[in-house]
Write a protein that binds this ligand. Structure first.
Ligand code: EPS
Length: 392
């Protein structure tokens, strides 16, 4: 791994911290570049009370000089605005002994030997994804230098399915960005909002499915030669690590097992004087290597485990069956998860780009990228014509 990164911080601690190591020198980067995605992560129909308190902003504390990366580690900090409400309580809060089914609470207590769930939930909380989005924003700045852009949309919330939009169309992307449930189609938006309303009415939560698509990715990232170099596996691991994610597919992966071989792949043809694909069912990855088509990652998020309607659980002190407890939560965070998914896809693609084209400065990288593209230009060229719908 060339692009290494870590996050630290608790949901109700003073701040989240991030370190990004391995970015080349010369990439434009300001706090404003990270701000828009942090704002996007906070949006979405069904978000809860915490998002009314927070207004996420990433400070850049190292690794940037006069608006450009230096090649040194990039240090990031996001303040938790909820902290003043907690800071005097840290030692006074009653122990929490009733684990929520589906959260890290019980398994974390077993593993770390605590008599209190709080230190587990503080770190397991999806609050940590604010920093992931900032780190992803750094990666997106590198990808943008090479014309790689990452988009996302929601495909489903609970039983309500959206009609997917073609994310290669800027007008569709504009509608997705304006939608509170991250869909392009107005009827779908109403359906998905109604699903969230129904979950709220029954004092429950809902998950769903979203997709992330990376456009402009050149062939040749990742490798078929070793298990841990396969880019599909690396993407799956990174996206699966997002809180509440239970399944990740590349391209048509969720339905690929239902099809005949002749109906599951992407025919290769000569068109417009170059090698093109008839479809993109493989989601831009064959043999763990990008093939020059858009990279498509589809993701299932389970419903948030903190439900207003109690679930069965056990008090770890009294060993009695008790109902789970509730303070506050989101009803649905699938639109936010799509933005977090973008960030995770961005860091994996940026890492793969650095691995193939190195490393120290953006200009050296550019020379390497151009040399590689020149070497394959008989077959493949970057072109907007190559950006076909992710849904063909
Ligand atoms: C989140 C902050 C959290 C939750 C949510 C995501 O804040 P709080 O716990 O103070 O309400 O809203 O976390 C979870 C879904 C979870 O299971 O922990 C955020 O910033 O996105």
């Amino acid at each position: 791994m060339i692009l290494r990164w870590l996050t630290a911080g608790e949901s109700h601690g003073p701040c989240l911290t991030g370190i990004v190591e391995g970015m080349p020198a010369g990439v434009p980067l300001t706090a404003d570049d990270l701000g828009r995605d942090l704002w996007r992560r906070q949006q979405g129909y069904g978000r809860g009370g915490r998002m009314k308190i927070e207004s996420d902003h990433a400070e850049i504390l190292g690794g940037v000089w006069r608006g450009k990366t230096t090649g040194g580690p990039i240090a990031l900090r996001i303040e938790n605005r909820d902290w003043p409400n907690w800071k005097d309580k840290e030692y006074d809060l009653p122990r929490m002994t009733v684990p929520r089914p589906g959260h890290a609470d019980l398994a974390g207590v077993y593993k770390y030997g605590f008599d209190d769930i709080r230190p587990v939930l503080e770190r397991a909380s999806a609050r940590e994804t604010a920093m992931r989005v900032a780190v992803g924003g750094v990666a997106k700045q590198l990808l943008a230098e090479f014309g790689i852009t990452i988009r996302s949309q929601v495909l489903r919330i609970g039983q309500a399915k959206a009609t997917p939009g073609d994310l290669s169309d800027p007008a569709v992307v504009e509608r997705v960005e304006a939608s509170v449930v991250r869909v392009a189609d107005p009827e779908s938006e109403e359906r998905l909002k109604a699903a969230v309303d129904a979950a709220k009415d029954r004092r429950d939560t809902l998950g769903g499915v979203f997709e992330v698509v990376a456009f402009g990715v050149m062939p040749g990232l990742g490798s078929h030669v070793q298990w841990d170099r396969k880019l599909d596996g690396r993407l799956a691991q990174a996206v699966m690590s997002i809180q509440a994610i239970k399944a990740v597919a590349i391209g048509d992966g969720f339905v690929a097992g239902e099809r005949y071989g002749t109906e599951a792949h992407d025919g290769i043809t000569m068109r417009n004087g170059r090698v093109e694909r008839l479809t993109n069912r493989a989601g831009g990855l064959e043999g763990g290597i990008t093939n020059g088509e858009p990279v498509v990652v589809r993701v299932v998020k389970k419903p948030i485990s903190t439900t207003a309607t109690p679930q069965p659980t056990v008090d770890l002190d009294t060993l009695e069956d008790v109902p789970s407890q509730y303070v506050r939560s989101d009803v649905c965070a699938v639109p936010a998860a799509a933005v977090i998914g973008e960030a995770m896809v961005a860091v994996v693609l940026a890492d793969a780009l650095l691995e193939k084209f190195g490393s120290d400065s953006i200009e050296q990288m550019r020379t390497n990228v151009n040399g590689f593209l020149e070497s394959i230009k008989t077959w493949w060229r970057p072109s907007s014509e190559a950006v076909e719908s992710a849904h063909t």
